[in-house]
Design a protein around this ligand. Structure first.
Ligand code: HEM
Length: 510
């Protein structure tokens, strides 16, 4: 196989004309250490999804300072915990960018600046969620409002220090007396074909984003009585969860893990709100149910954003480089995202909604019609309508998550029968099937049909789609080539049998 790059001394990927992927040859070198850990040249090979992403530590951090599940304060906590994980990664990425600039390796510096920009975008999305959640601040607390701020994060203080270091290195390199004119020309006369321009461009935007998220994460209203920042956010535990997610060489593994850990934190919170929404529908407290569901929708925004960061930044070869160390871990094994959010609570909620609407008799369609028609003239219909509307927004945000997620098997696995790490014969095809299957749940379908809404992820016959999906379209060829490369780099994975997975956790059914 033609290969393009390999690890440098520090394990980074450099374009040398050789393989980016030590695992190409390393299968033969797999070793067991004394504790019977499976390892390769890069370090430990994860035994499971939970181990790979340190899910037990993430759960401990959630439970470290206990708050009522699905409460206003617990939502704020989940947002700040996610911000903490993002900041820890920004520290690492900024140090790497500094290091590369100091070594005159501007192309590599650009990669880390790109990842940094992604984490800033994610922080911006977390900031917006924090701001928007405040509209649900419990009215009874207004007189006793307390405030919670990112400025109390020791990680933010460290990040400011690391940014200053980066800036000194950047200034020494590009703003010295001799270099300043070159930078002037770069800014004025070049574009993204010049990597220095791209860095400047990204730095300007990234700083602007930072100003926004820092403002949104400052003085956020909280119910009184919360402990200091470190205790509520469980900073030490989160640091452990992040620090142990590393390999012996410099890889994209920590970012890969962080972009699972943040969704894990957020989805656990989404689940608590959705569960409370189900209970409120059952007790016919619709406005409370709607509020709970709205919080889930708000939290889905950064959850989706975490996907787009990985989609934008992770290159095929970078994924291949760390793939073997992922072991048999699949997002399908995620209790919070896959089992609870996409399955148990999703099904429970739509069933509960159907039950509630049809409980007095009559078809769902006629009841929904009544609610829609009278939503402005009758306050109880207005309340019902708001709930149904929010439920549809939540489902759409799940579909948006799935849409973004599909980019990853497209970019990193490719088509043509590339097996996933759990031996599924065609990983990409499987993810498409999972997306489409989620639209077939009977209660959900009934609502979409009754409201005359389309429940499809793609129109097969649409003009542009038909063009792109054609066998010999450029996209089909590129995705097929991606599959070809992946299968060549991982012949061992292609020999895997399907590794059946049955969750040992009971169905989460309120
Ligand atoms: C390069 C990155 C990724 C690749 C190549 C990938 C690939 C896959 C594949 C092939 C499946 C189908 C099951 C299997 O065979 O394993 C899957 C399912 C899944 N993955 Fe990923 N994934 C990636 C990133 C992520 C991330 C960042 C998350 C979450 C934070 C995630 C969460 C999930 C979930 C929840 C499912 C089940 C989907 C559903 O129920 O619709 N994956 N992924």
């Amino acid at each position: 196989m033609e290969t393009r790059s390999q690890t440098s001394d520090n394990g980074d990927i450099t374009d040398t004309g050789k393989s980016a992927c030590p695992v190409e040859n390393s299968t033969a070198e797999l070793t067991h250490n004394s504790e019977k850990e499976l390892r390769n040249a890069l370090g430990k090979i994860a035994e499971s999804y939970d181990e790979l992403h340190n899910i037990s530590v993430i759960q401990q951090a959630k439970n470290y300072y206990q708050l009522p599940l699905g409460s206003y304060n617990s939502t704020i906590k989940a947002i700040f915990q996610s911000a903490e994980v993002a900041l820890q990664n920004l520290i690492r990425l900024t140090r790497l960018a500094s290091c590369k600039i100091a070594q005159d390796d501007i192309n590599s510096a650009m990669k880390y600046v790109k990842w940094s920009r992604g984490f800033h975008q994610l922080l911006e999305s977390l900031g917006s969620a924090a701001f928007n959640i405040q509209t649900y601040f419990p009215a009874q607390c207004v007189q006793r409002t307390a405030r919670f701020s990112i400025k109390d994060s020791p990680t933010l203080k460290e990040y400011v220090f690391v940014v200053s270091e980066f800036e000194s290195i950047f200034e020494a390199k590009f703003l010295s007396k001799t270099e300043k004119n070159n930078l002037l020309n770069t800014i004025g006369l070049t574009s993204h074909e010049d990597v220095v321009y791209s860095i400047v461009h990204s730095l300007r935007i990234l700083v602007h984003d930072a100003v926004k998220w820092e403002s949104d994460l400052t003085d956020v209203m909280v119910e009184p009585g919360l402990p200091p920042y470190n205790e509520l956010v469980a900073t030490e535990l989160l640091k452990t969860a992040i620090d142990t997610a590393n390999l012996e060489a410099e890889t994209y593994y920590p970012m890969f893990v962080a972009l699972h850990q943040i969704p894990e934190i957020l989805s656990a919170e989404v689940n608590d709100h959705t569960e409370r929404a189900i209970l409120y529908v059952r007790s016919e407290e619709l406005s409370l149910a709607q509020e709970q569901l709205s919080m889930s929708v708000k939290l889905m925004e950064p959850l989706v954003k975490a996907q787009t960061v990985m989609v934008d930044c992770l290159a095929t070869g970078e994924y291949h480089y760390l793939r073997e160390n992922l072991g048999p871990a699949s997002g399908m094994h995620s209790l919070a995202i896959r089992q609870h959010m996409f399955r148990d609570l999703f099904c429970s909620f739509w069933k509960e909604l159907e039950l509630w609407i049809t409980k007095g008799g009559g078809s769902l369609e006629s009841k929904l019609n009544e609610i829609c028609l009278a939503r402005h003239s009758d306050s109880s219909n207005g309340e019902s309508y708001a709930l149904i509307n929010t439920a549809i927004q939540l489902h759409q945000s799940f579909q948006k998550w799935r849409h973004e997620h599909l980019n990853m098997p497209r970019n990193c696995l490719g088509s043509g029968g590339t097996k996933s790490m759990i031996g599924i014969p065609d990983g990409l095809d499987m993810v498409k099937k999972m997306r489409d299957a989620s639209n077939t749940f009977p209660s959900l379908k009934l609502f979409y049909e009754a409201m005359n809404l389309k429940l499809t992820s793609q129109e097969q016959d649409a003009l542009l789609t038909a063009h792109h999906l054609a066998d010999m379209s450029l996209d089909s060829q590129l995705i097929e080539l991606t599959g070809h490369v992946t299968r060549e780099v991982f012949p061992e994975v292609q020999k895997k049998d399907v590794c059946p997975f049955r969750s040992s956790h009971p169905v989460r059914k309120p």
